[in-house]
Design a protein around this ligand. Structure first.
Ligand SMILES: Nc1nc2c(ncn2[C@@H]2O[C@H](COP(=O)(O)OP(=O)(O)OP(=O)(O)O)[C@@H](O)[C@H]2O)c(=O)[nH]1
Ligand SMILES: [Mg+2]
Length: 247
């Protein structure tokens, strides 16, 4: 099940959903739309009508943030008994569907979370202007260093989770509602003792639509990292799965 959060992604979702359905995988798509003013939600509904049972749409009443959109998608995906893996990706083709088979393949090789990663050999961000290179590198390094995260690309939203991972983590306790949700999720996954793998991706800039990342999101991300750093320093991380099982 591929969860695609959307806010004003009309031109992208019309291309992306058919590409996902053409992949040589048994795949379903969940579009989580926050009442996009450009009509993305209605377009997603018509895609769902064309592909009943394969394309699903969650409508929320307004822009409630990327993190909570992922959560709504996770809940829906886990409500389907056949779901084995849940992926997340952006609608804007920065996360190209061509990488999905390799990510799923890696997931079957014993990785609980697979990240489509810009920062492992073979990964790249060729379209980034220098300030985005600095911002992205800075955010990653800050989060990885403060929280002891192993993954090279800790802020990436292109991910593949095994079902059991999402079922076992305390998703309801996640504080971040926006972009920093991704860092908080990775923190929970790693400190629960799950195995995280990375598959290289070339991250392209969006051709259609506008970026939704704001300065507020950047500030909130810094706050999230500081908050999790305090939790880590006080030893109050999530306990590894093994220890929990023994109790
Ligand atoms: N449902 C929902 N989707 C969102 C929200 N904010 C962002 N998105 C979607 O999340 C994905 C990532 O957002 P982008 O604006 O592309 O952010 P980004 O990829 O980190 O930044 P850019 O490279 O500048 O595009 C896109 O598919 C957005 O439409 C939100 O509040 N609600
Ligand atoms: Mg984007």
């Amino acid at each position: 099940m591929v969860v695609v959060p959307t806010y004003n992604e009309k031109e992208n979702i019309i291309r992306l959903v058919p590409m996902l359905l053409e992949l040589p995988l048994d795949i379903g798509v969940i579009v989580v739309d926050d009442n996009s003013p450009d009509g993305t939600g209605a377009l997603a509904d018509s895609l769902a009508e064309d592909h009943p049972g394969q394309v699903h749409v969650i409508h929320r009443e307004g822009k409630l943030g990327l993190g909570t959109a992922y959560l709504a998608g996770f809940r829906y995906a886990l409500g389907q008994p056949d779901t084995e893996r849940v992926m997340t990706m952006d609608a804007d083709f920065s996360h190209h569907p061509q990488y999905i088979p390799a990510m799923v393949e890696r997931s079957t090789q014993g990785y609980d979370l697979v990240i489509g990663s810009r920062y492992v050999p073979g990964g790249d961000t060729p379209d980034f202007p220098w300030y985005r290179v600095v911002l992205s590198w800075g955010a990653n390094t800050f989060a990885r260093f403060m929280l002891g995260l192993q993954a090279r690309d800790a802020t990436a939203g292109f991910r593949c989770y095994r079902r059991e991972v999402l079922e076992s983590l305390p998703l309801d306790t996640i504080f971040s509602s926006g972009y920093s949700f991704l860092v908080e999720m990775l923190f929970l996954v790693q400190y629960a003792g799950y195995r995280v793998g990375e598959v290289p991706i070339v991250f392209r800039d969006r051709e259609f639509g506008k970026s939704k990342i704001s300065q507020t999101e950047v500030a909130k991300a810094v706050y999230t990292v500081m908050r999790l750093f305090v939790r880590r320093a006080s030893g109050n991380r999530q306990q590894p799965i093994g220890e929990r099982a023994e109790q």
